[in-house]
Design a protein around this ligand. Structure first.
Ligand SMILES: Cc1cc2nc3c(=O)[nH]c(=O)nc-3n(C[C@H](O)[C@H](O)[C@H](O)COP(=O)(O)OP(=O)(O)OC[C@H]3O[C@@H](n4cnc5c(N)ncnc54)[C@H](O)[C@@H]3O)c2cc1C
Length: 448
C-alpha cells in the first residue's frame, strides 16, 4: 500500500519527537516510523545530564518535569594522576533519560503525531534524474514483517548516528558524507546503587589514557546512593573495548563502586566532531545524531537535537507550503544551524583534537599548574573557544618557562579553535559556494 504524506520521520528519540511534534502542531501531515515499541523509546546509554547554557544559547525553555532528578551545580575534571582537579561551577540538570524521552514522545502524540512503532525503516526511495533526483519516501518493515513503501514530500532522518536513510543516499550527494570511526566515541555505562549514603553529590570526569584513551570516563551521582558510571573510548583501530576497560581499569581505581548493585548496563556510540558539512538534499533533512549535532567535548546532544528539530520543522513547513523541497530551499537549515551552534561544535572538534593529543603527563601538568582555570575550561566547552585572556596569561607563564612545550600546544589549540569556528561562521549562504567552503574545511581538519 502506498501512502502520500507531507513528511515521514525516521526515529522518535529526541530529534524525531521534536521535529514530529512541531510539524504536527503546524498542521503538516506526517508519520513517524520507529524501530522500538513506544514504551521502549529512551532506553538509551546516557550521561543523564543537560547543560542549561545550551538551552539559553539556543533559546529553548529549560526543561521541567518529573524526569528531572536534581540540579547540578558543579562538575569536576580530574587529572590522570588524580592529584589535581578543576572544579567548575556548572549549571546543569540531572535527568532520568528514559522518563525524559517518554515525556517527549507523549507530548508529540498529544500534539497529534501518528507513530508506527516496532517498524524498521529499511531504505530510501528515490525519483527523478540528474540535479532534480530526490528522496521520495522510504521502504519499511512493519511489526508483522510486511514490507511497505511510503511516499512523502520530505524524509527526515532522525535515526541516530548510523543514519539509516542518509547513509544509503547516492554517494555523490553532499549529505552522504561518511562519519569516520575516529570521530566517534564508543561508551560503556552502568548505573549502580550503593547500600549507604555518600557524603556529597558530585559529577566527575576523569582523563586517563590507560582507562579511556581519546576520551574520558565519568562517575556522577544521580542521588546520594545511586551512580552513573561510564567509560568512553575513541573508536580508533587498536583501542580497547570500553566494557573491558570498565572492569579491568576503572573499577580497580574506584573500589567503592564494586559493592554497588548494578541496575542498568548498556553501550552506545556518540559523535565527537563538527556537524555534517551538509545536512540537506532534495526532499531530505538529517537531524540530531544523524547529522552529528553533538558537543564534541561534553558529548551533550540533547540540547542541539531539540534546537535542530524545531528549526528543521519550521523549514519543512515552509517548504511544503511553498511546494519547494529542493536543496536550495532547505539550505537555510544548514545556515541557521551552523550560525547558531555548528560553529561551537567546530571549535569543540578542534579542542578535542588538541586536548587528546596531549599525554597524561601533560594533562597532569596542565591541571596541576592550573594553566587553564575552571572558568576557561567551562567557557571553552560552552563556546568552542579559549578566552582571549588565556593569551596574556600564556605570556606570563612563558616567562616562567616551565612548560614551554605544553604552553605552545595550548596556544596552537587556541588558534585552531578560533579558525574552526570562523570556518563554520562563514558557512556559504547558498549551495553555489559549498564546494569551495568544503575544500577549506576538509583541508583544515585533515591536517590537524
Ligand atoms: C554514552 C552516551 C552518553 C551521552 N550522554 C549525554 C548527556 O548526558 N547529555 C546529552 O545531552 N546528550 C548525551 N548523549 C548524546 C545524546 O544521547 C544524543 O545526542 C541524542 O540521543 C540524539 O538524539 P537523536 O534523536 O538524534 O538520536 P538517537 O537518540 O540515537 O535516536 C534515534 C532513534 O531512531 C530509532 N531508529 C534507529 N534506526 C531506525 C530505523 N532503521 N528505523 C526506525 N527507527 C530507527 C532508534 O530506535 C531511536 O529511537 C550521550 C550519548 C552517549 C552515547
Amino acid at each position: 500500500m502506498t501512502e502520500k504524506l507531507d513528511a515521514i520521520i525516521v526515529g522518535m528519540n529526541v530529534a524525531g519527537a521534536t521535529v514530529s511534534k512541531e510539524l504536527a502542531s503546524l498542521g503538516v501531515d506526517i508519520l513517524v516510523v520507529e524501530r522500538l515499541s513506544k514504551d521502549r523509546i529512551g532506553e538509551k546509554t546516557c550521561g543523564d545530564g543537560l547543560e542549561k547554557h545550551e538551552f539559553r544559547r539556543l533559546n529553548l525553555p529549560i526543561p521541567k518535569g518529573d524526569f528531572i532528578i536534581r540540579d547540578i551545580t558543579k562538575g569536576e575534571l580530574i587529572a590522570p594522576d588524580r592529584k589535581s582537579s578543576i572544579v567548575a561551577q556548572a549549571e546543569g540538570l540531572g535527568i532520568n533519560r528514559y522518563h525524559f524521552n517518554q515525556h517527549l514522545v507523549k507530548s508529540a502524540i498529544n500534539a497529534g503525531v501518528r507513530i508506527k512503532d516496532d517498524t524498521l525503516a529499511l531504505s530510501p526511495l528515490l525519483e527523478g534524474y540528474g540535479d532534480s533526483k530526490r528522496v521520495s519516501g522510504i521502504k519499511i518493515r512493519d511489526k508483522k514483517g510486511e514490507i511497505e513503501k511510503i511516499e512523502a514530500k520530505m524524509v527526515v532522518d532522525c535515526s541516530g548516528l548510523f543514519a539509516k536513510i542518509r547513509n544509503q543516499l547516492p554517494i555523490s550527494w553532499w549529505v552522504s558524507e561518511k562519519v569516520s570511526n575516529e570521530d566517534t566515541a564508543v561508551c560503556y555505562r552502568e548505573t549502580r546503587v550503593l547500600n549507604y549514603d555518600l557524603d556529597e553529590l558530585f559529577v566527575r570526569a576523569y582523563f586517563s589514557e590507560d582507562v579511556a584513551p581519546g576520551a574520558f570516563y565519568w562517575i556522577g551521582c544521580r542521588d546520594l546512593r545511586s551512580l552513573n558510571i561510564g567509560v568512553g573510548v575513541l573508536r580508533v583501530p587498536g583501542y580497547p573495548n570500553p566494557r573491558r576497560q570498565f572492569y579491568t581499569e576503572l573499577l580497580p581505581r574506584h573500589p567503592f563502586l564494586k559493592k554497588g548493585k548494578i541496575t542498568w548496563k548498556s553501550g552506545g556510540i556518540v559523535p565527537a566532531r563538527r556537524p555534517l558539512e551538509c545536512m540537506v538534499a532534495n526532499g531530505f533533512i538529517a537531524v540530531g545524531d544523524a547529522a552529528c549535532q553533538v558537543n564534541p567535548i561534553s558529548g551533550g546532544g540533547i540540547g542541539p537535537s531539540l534546537f535542530a528539530g524545531k528549526l528543521a520543522a519550521h523549514i519543512i513547513h515552509k517548504a511544503i507550503e511553498k511546494k519547494n523541497t529542493s536543496i536550495e530551499f532547505l539550505w537555510d537549515y544548514n545556515l541557521k544551524y551552523n550560525h547558531q551552534y555548528g560553529f561551537i561544535q567546530a571549535g569543540g572538534h578542534a579542542m578535542r583534537l588538541g586536548l587528546f593529543s596531549l599525554n597524561d603527563s601533560d594533562i597532569n601538568k596542565m591541571l596541576g599548574a592550573k594553566l587553564l582555570s575552571d572558568e576557561e575550561i567551562l567557557y571553552a566547552i560552552e563556546h568552542g573557544k579559549l578566552q582571549s585572556g588565556f593569551t596574556s596569561k600564556l605570556k606570563m607563564a612563558r616567562k616562567l618557562a616551565k612548560y614551554p612545550k605544553l604552553l605552545l600546544a595550548l596556544r596552537k589549540m587556541q588558534i585552531h579553535m578560533e579558525k574552526a569556528r570562523s570556518l563554520y561562521l562563514e558557512y556559504p549562504e547558498t549551495p553555489k559556494d559549498f564546494l569551495e567552503w568544503r575544500k577549506k574545511v576538509r583541508r583544515f581538519f585533515s591536517i590537524r
